[in-house]
Design a protein around this ligand. Structure first.
Ligand code: NAD
Length: 359
């Protein structure tokens, strides 16, 4: 990818503000001394990312601190309590204290579990995100949601723990498999759907450039996605209200992931189907048309993303998983729906009857 200037955005929160740096080849250009607190750094990565990038990242960080690392198995199944405990053990063995910094180098799985390890180790240590998948660069590395899965539900155990900085080096994407790349595109499309019609139309217009990973289109898509996420997180850090719209399609998507025991569709694929179901529910209560639903299906298909519910899953399965979702409040399922493309809202009434109408 061409080298270009570093783009810097801020996530502005009541108690702290942190930067997101975006650009090609920026890893070596970030002054980590501003973001690493003590003298010790622990990098958590996985067994696919580690062999490709760990040496390079260690070399950069060792200019600023003494660096240890640990590798977990790649994949959603690794986001579990056993690996969390392994990270804690390694932190203790290597005598890390409250001044240490934990760094996530990888996709959303590594980011979520390492972030939760940072949130829980000695009641919270410094944390830095270096995301390497498109999905992590546009979504999971920003906003401070960390956690692990439970056998009975996705992301059930976790904490809000904001990173001190997010370093999005676009060069990492060069080795990302196409299927993983498309899963990240699903989250980019989500931002257009929930918040910005103009961006949604831009994605449609630039779909070929995005699919071909042309650097200008990719950097614009990542910047715009991070801008939208940073704005929403700044308004509602702990998801008491508006932040929930970022979960558009996720109630249904998480149900698919849990039903498939986290070894079926990728997260981005599951939420593509979830977004189609949420669009159908939006049609029932709002102004979404069949034409718009078909348009979204075409866009997903263009990126080889699935649009149909897995054969083995029944409507009742969605409902029972939805009842366990974190968006359930006092027994009521809350769904994120669209008034129109670019305008999401939270529906809390009569959501059970919506389930009956969308399958
Ligand atoms: N915290 C949040 O706000 C948030 C938001 C969205 C999603 N998530 C979570 O993120 C997870 C999904 O993240 P993901 O899609 O990044 O999955 P992932 O972390 O499993 O990464 C996908 C695969 O790509 C590999 N990989 C990563 N970077 C690579 C690179 N540069 N080159 C080659 N291979 C690479 C990984 O080893 C893995 O096999 C889910 O657990 C989801 O719940 C969290």
């Amino acid at each position: 990818m061409d080298h270009k200037a570093i783009t810097s955005l801020n996530v502005e929160l009541p108690e702290d503000t942190y930067p997101i740096f975006i650009g090609s080849g920026i890893l070596a250009r970030v002054d980590f001394s501003k973001f690493i607190l003590g003298s010790k750094v622990m990098i958590v990565t996985d067994d696919i990312v580690g062999p490709i990038y760990l040496d390079q990242v260690r070399k950069v960080l060792s200019k600023f601190a003494s660096v240890e690392s640990m590798v977990i198995e790649s994949g959603e199944k690794s986001k579990n309590i056993d690996n969390l405990s392994l990270i804690h053990s390694k932190l203790i063995e290597k005598k890390n204290d409250r001044s240490s910094t934990l760094i996530a180098l990888g996709g959303g799985v590594v980011g979520d579990i390492a972030g939760f390890a940072a949130a829980s180790y000695q009641r919270g240590i410094n944390f830095i995100q270096i995301p390497t998948t498109l999905l992590a660069q546009v979504d999971s590395s920003v906003g401070g949601k960390t956690g692990i899965n439970h056998a009975l539900g996705k992301n059930m155990i976790g904490a809000f723990h904001q990173p001190r900085v997010v370093v999005i080096d676009l060069d990492f994407l060069e080795t990302l498999p196409q299927r993983q790349f498309s899963a990240g595109v699903a989250e980019i499309i989500k931002y257009g759907l929930i918040e910005n019609l103009e961006f949604y139309n831009w994605i449609f217009k630039n779909r070929l450039a995005i699919k071909e990973r042309q650097s200008l289109a990719i950097s614009e898509a990542i910047e715009m996605s991070c801008k939208i996420k940073a704005k929403i997180v700044s308004e509602d850090e702990k998801e008491t209200n508006i932040r929930a719209i970022l979960n558009f399609g996720h109630t249904f998507g998480h149900a698919i992931e849990s039903f498939q025991n986290y070894c079926g569709l990728l997260h981005g694929e599951a939420i593509s189907i979830g977004m189609i179901l949420a669009m159908r529910a939006s049609k029932v209560v709002g102004n979404i048309s069949d034409e718009e639903i078909n348009g979204l299906e075409d866009l997903f298909r263009y990126f080889d993303l699935p649009v149909s519910v897995p054969d083995e899953m029944l409507p009742k399965d969605f409902f029972s998983y939805a009842l366990r979702d974190k968006k359930v409040i006092d027994g009521n399922i809350r769904l994120i729906l669209l008034r129109s493309i670019g305008s999401a809202f939270i529906e809390e009434n009569e959501t059970k009857s919506l389930f009956d109408k969308i399958f």
